[in-house]
Design a protein around this ligand. Structure first.
Ligand code: G3P
Length: 217
């Protein structure tokens, strides 16, 4: 499973990139706004930090302007994946950019039929928003299960990029379903490192080691 960071906070990306566990980054207009920086500048900096795909989202809603925006975003760096919303115009742009060899991440997916359309449109990634479905009492992970099954049935190359991840259990469930990618806030991946028994066990090892009076170096 690939882990992407869902943020435009360069300091968070730099810190976690040093673990070697980050395979890419996703952003969206809200995350760019939160960064307080110009889109092109922050995307270029993120692309220089991580060699993996970095999703940058168009903000127009009409075909012509979205296409031009996508072509501009793609020009920022070789590892930019252009993000488009799952709308009719967005999927037309997806097909046009994919035909040009551009990786497209189709976002704001909330149904398996939408995910089927995105795969047919040549998306490199589909981003089903599990957390936002959970937030309204629906089963976000069922969308992942349905999408993964449909993609397997027809051999679609589109990768399931689980988005709107709220906690490590989402990552666990997505991994058990065979999703290709989970994109998550820095806090979620940090929470995945932690277990109280690991902390307690390490404290006990080090306390016993201290009694030996030895040091390895
Ligand atoms: O960036 C796409 C998605 O991960 C957003 O998640 O937390 O705003 O529902 P969230």
């Amino acid at each position: 499973m690939k882990f992407f960071l869902d943020t435009a906070d360069v300091s968070e990306i730099r810190a976690l990139a040093e673990t070697g566990l980050i395979d890419g980054v996703t952003t969206n207009p809200s995350l760019i706004a939160k960064s307080g920086r110009r889109m092109a500048e922050v995307i270029a900096e993120i692309c220089a930090i991580t060699p993996g795909p970095v999703s940058a989202e168009v903000t127009a809603t009409d075909f012509e302007t979205m296409l031009r925006e996508g072509q501009y975003l793609r020009s920022i760096a070789a590892n930019v994946a252009v993000k488009v919303p799952l709308t009719e115009a967005g999927l037309r742009v997806c097909r046009a950019l994919a035909n040009d060899g551009t990786k497209v991440n189709v976002t704001l997916c909330f149904s398996a039929t939408q995910a089927l359309l995105a795969a047919k449109a040549g998306a490199a990634f589909i981003s089903p928003f599990v957390g936002r479905l959970d937030d309204i009492g629906q089963d976000g992970m069922q969308l992942i299960a349905d999408t993964a099954q449909i993609y397997r049935n027809y051999g679609f190359a589109t990768e399931v990029l689980v988005a709107s991840v709220r906690h490590p259990v989402h990552v666990l469930q997505a991994a058990k379903l065979g999703a290709h990618v989970a994109t998550m806030p820095a806090a979620t991946i940090r929470a995945m490192f932690k277990h109280p028994l690991t902390d307690r066990g390490l404290d006990a090892f080090l306390a016993d080691w201290a009694k030996t009076g030895q040091s390895i170096l």
